[in-house]
Design a protein around this ligand. Structure first.
Ligand code: GDP
Ligand code: MN
Length: 403
């Protein structure tokens, strides 16, 4: 699960990570109030206005409606509301959002930490993530922080420092010092960086995260080290241990169909194709998607209704698939192991009747316990649903349905 920068910074701060302070706002008026409050608390007189979306690249990104960047600097209190207005409610397109962009509902008003007249602010890159192949966590760091880290990783991989951490023993002091040393730091800045890395790792572990990315980490001319940006990716499977973090979820940032599926207990991932599929079991779902491709179609989604599928889950699945305008045919492929095929068939018929007015052809393949009875129920229902026994047969029916 992703969270917003402003939320991530609060989480990091609670673990003792120094951050660029800020206050979130949803209207231009609230942005101005936030700036005033920030001025009182931190003394800052320049303000950074940052679009809050679940994607990076905001600094270089453009708000379509106003041509504003997603991160802008206001050098006067009077400019804050106007600049926030040019971002709020707009559609921000960055290299991570795709061409359709993301709607901005909130901005973070942050203190300016690149002090005016500061000749030497230095931007570093720091991330912690899970290295699945090595079964450990890895800290990645670079002196080339800022907005072009992808380019650095691509063309100068030697400039990325890596330090692997055994999750059983955790981060050792010498490892934090090694990273700070390789970043070329000394004196107070070195000490500050060691503290920063140590606190950051504690936050990573404590929140059961799968990825942290802090870009840039800033070194000010008075040798403070702080997080100017924060991308935090929490491990969904550990959220049950963190009620407070689970509450940070922003449904507005997620695909509405995926949210709806999650509420019905379905594993749904929206894809770009034209054949909707409803399958039980992830392995069968993958095989079904392959089959759709082989028959000349493209899957419109991955949908695993789970082992305990019933009429309710089938109906929920149907409704979600039908909301996707690209869907030209639906293939239901269910193996009756725990669930019986006749129950699924009844579920399909019931769902069909309750939704009414389904114009796309539906092909149902039921195999396993009570398969024949399932096929009979489908055939006798009088609905525009056709049944198939073999995969090949199902593939051929899909092919003619989308032709
Ligand atoms: P991203 O583009 O989505 O990664 O957003 P960031 O939070 O990394 O901000 C983008 C850029 O804005 C940073 O790389 C900085 O160059 C700039 N920036 C952020 N905070 C400040 C600040 O306090 N003062 C100034 N002058 N620039 C800032
Ligand atoms: Mn950034």
């Amino acid at each position: 699960m992703n969270i917003h920068e402003y939320q991530a910074k609060e989480v990091l701060k609670s673990y003792g990570v120094r951050i660029q302070e800020g206050i979130v706002a949803e209207t231009p008026e609230a942005a101005l109030e936030a700036a005033k409050k920030l001025n009182a608390e931190t003394g800052t007189s320049w303000y950074v206005i940052k679009a809050q979306i679940h994607a990076g690249g905001r600094g270089k990104g453009k708000v379509q409606e106003t041509d504003s960047n997603g991160v802008v600097l206001a050098k006067k209190l009077e400019d804050v509301a106007e600049k926030a207005k040019n971002i709020l409610g707009g559609t921000l397109v960055t290299h991570q959002t795709g061409p359709e962009g993301k709607k901005v509902n909130k901005v973070l008003i942050a203190e300016d930490v690149y002090y005016p007249g500061d000749s030497e602010p230095k931007e570093y890159y720091l991330s912690i993530l899970l290295d699945r192949a090595k079964g450990s966590n890895v800290i990645m760091a670079s002196t080339e922080g800022g907005m072009d880290i992808e380019e650095v990783a691509e063309n100068h991989p030697e400039k990325i420092i890596k330090e692997w951490i055994d999750p059983k023993v955790g981060l050792q002091g010498f490892q934090a010092r090694k990273v700070a040393f390789k970043l070329g730091l000394e004196g107070n800045a070195f000490k500050e960086m060691v503290k920063f890395i140590t606190a950051l790792y504690a936050a990573y572990e404590g929140t059961d995260s799968s990825q942290f990315e802090i870009n840039p980490v800033l070194k000010t001319s008075d040798n403070k080290i702080l997080a100017v940006d924060a991308k935090v990716n929490l491990d969904d499977n550990a959220l049950y241990r963190h009620k407070d973090l689970a509450d940070l979820r922003d449904l507005a940032e997620e695909d509405p169909l995926e949210v709806e599926a999650g509420e019905s207990g379905l594993n749904y991932v929206k894809l770009e194709g034209n054949v909707g599929c409803m399958v039980n079991g992830a392995g069968l779902a993958m095989a079904t998607m392959d089959m759709i491709k082989l028959s000349g179609g493209e899957p419109a989604n991955f949908l695993d209704v789970g082992g305990g599928a019933n009429a309710t889950t089938v109906e929920a699945g149907f409704r979600i698939i039908l909301k996707d305008p690209n869907v030209k045919a639906i293939l239901i492929n269910v193996f009756g192991g725990i669930v019986r095929c006749d129950r699924i068939a009844n579920g399909v018929v019931e769902a069909y009747k309750s939704i009414g007015d389904i114009s796309v052809p539906i092909i149902v393949r039921l195999q396993g316990t009570n398969a024949e009875e399932g096929a009979r129920i489908i055939d006798e229902s009088g609905l525009k649903v056709s049944s198939a026994i073999t995969l090949k047969e199902a593939a051929e029916k899909v092919k003619s349905a989308i032709a």
